[in-house]
Design a protein around this ligand. Structure first.
Ligand code: ADP
Ligand code: ASP
Ligand code: MG
Length: 408
């Protein structure tokens, strides 16, 4: 008998029919003698709908009030699932985040979990109940409802699994595991049986939304056994297990996966006098206004000047441009311009560490399709390039083929 935390995403609870299917799966695991804690998302589309309502009132909604609104989606699905389980003769109970409680910091709309009291859940499990917890939400240290950022139910599930020292945390979604790339973009993409934490962290942070990045960080930190599975198939299957590199004795693929991110915009600051402190002068004010900076490049320009480029999220593009344009006289830049029709595509693989030539294969494949690279950034196990957004899907397909990922 095991203690399993199962998380079901928006599509998996998108209709009453789907919720009934989730209930059947939970009942099956329960009948096998396992203790089950279920974490649910809101029905697919619901969180977007709630955000849109808030934006009808305020263009930049008040974060505390926005959390009050968007947290309601999950309250509906947990009630529906607990009710369904009861009609099937199982004992079940639903809880909002504040009832557990799942305590977070006060960073509304992107709060971080600080503590989880597992006592109530333990008592329910002991009494034979299925515990159904609302994902994505908690209660702040100040006693307000908080949410964990988009896709945050993954993190709720992993955090509960860590608190309960569960045997496994299963993330059920609309694909049957982690693929070599988004199967919606490359139909030839293949499911990976295992992927290392390190690679999964990179893929998540580079744009693969199959797992929220914080959930992977949490799983790594607290040693949670994490598996991604499909809720839409009759049989549960084995999905993809996230492993520690040391555990997996499989031969390391050079490239395990490809991630992409459309949420990028590029800003260029040209002809600034090249002296110490330039990067700080440009990026300091951007960072201070909480705009996240991603890729950065600095080139020597002409006559003792330098050109500086970096990327920010698309929805922060205009704000960042405004800050810099106002700063232009202080910076002494000859020109400030930008482009928000760009995207980032990244290849990830622990095998890259010990092999050379990966970058040249990547660059050649893109060049053969006439795709221009405007920024590059690398780490030990990833290479990212910034390209025109219109080529993103083509680039992903071409790279998938160049690294023969359809054969894994
Ligand atoms: P949920 O609502 O269950 O949380 P998400 O939409 O957040 O589901 O995540 C699942 C989606 O992630 C898939 O439908 C798929 O399109 C996308 N995805 C992106 N990259 C990958 C990948 N490498 N492997 C699997 N799915 C991916
Ligand atoms: N419902 C939230 C969202 O759409 C959280 C989640 O689904 O994980 O972002
Ligand atoms: Mg998700």
């Amino acid at each position: 008998m095991a203690l399993i935390v199962q998380k079901y995403g928006g599509t998996s609870v998108g209709s009453i029919e789907r919720i009934k299917n989730v209930a059947k799966r939970v009942a099956k695991f329960k009948a096998q003698g396992h203790d089950i804690v279920v974490v649910l998302s809101a029905m697919s589309g619901e969180t977007n709908r709630l955000i849109a309502l808030a934006k009808e009132i305020q263009e930049h909604p008040d974060p505390r009030e926005l959390d009050m609104i968007v947290s309601t989606g999950e309250q509906v699905t947990i009630g529906l699932l607990a009710m369904t389980l009861k009609t099937m003769g199982l004992d079940a109970i639903s809880y909002c985040g504040w009832q557990i409680p799942i305590v977070t910091d006060t960073a509304h709309t992107k709060a971080r979990i600080q503590t989880i009291d597992e006592n109530k859940m333990r008592a329910d499990l002991k009494a034979g109940r299925v515990v159904v917890v609302a994902g994505f939400q908690g209660i702040s240290e100040e006693g307000n409802v908080s949410t964990l950022g988009r896709g945050g139910s993954d993190t709720s599930a992993v955090a509960l699994a860590a608190a309960l020292k569960a045997d496994e945390c299963q993330i059920y979604t609309d694909v049957d595991g982690v693929y070599t790339t988004d199967p919606r973009v490359v139909p030839e993409a293949k499911r990976l049986k295992t992927i290392t934490f390190e690679e999964m962290l990179e893929l998540a942070s580079l744009g693969s939304k199959v797992l929220q990045i914080r959930s992977v960080e949490f799983a790594g930190k607290y040693n949670v056994r994490l598996r991604v599975l499909s809720s839409l198939t009759e049989e549960t299957g084995e999905g993809t297990l996230i492993t520690y590199e040391e555990d997996s004795n499989m031969e390391k693929a050079l490239v395990s996966g490809i991630a992409f991110d459309k949420n990028q915009a590029r800003i260029n600051v040209k002809g600034i006098p090249d002296k110490p402190g330039v990067a700080y002068q440009i990026l300091g004010p951007i960072a201070e206004s909480n705009v996240e900076i991603d890729m950065i490049i600095q080139n020597a320009g002409e006559n003792g000047t330098t050109d500086f480029s970096f990327t920010v999220p698309k929805d922060e593009y205009h704000r960042a441009m405004k800050i810099l344009t106002e700063l232009q006289p202080v910076l002494g830049a000859t020109q400030i311009d930008g482009d928000n029709a760009v995207a980032k595509v990244s290849i990830v693989g622990v095998g890259m560490r010990s092999h050379s030539g990966v970058a040249s294969t990547m660059f050649r494949a893109l060049a053969e399709e006439g795709i221009n690279i405007s920024l590059i950034s690398t780490s030990e196990i990833k290479i990212s390039v910034l390209i025109e957004e219109k080529y993103l899907e083509l680039a992903t397909r071409v790279l998938h083929k160049a690294f023969e990922l359809e054969k894994v």
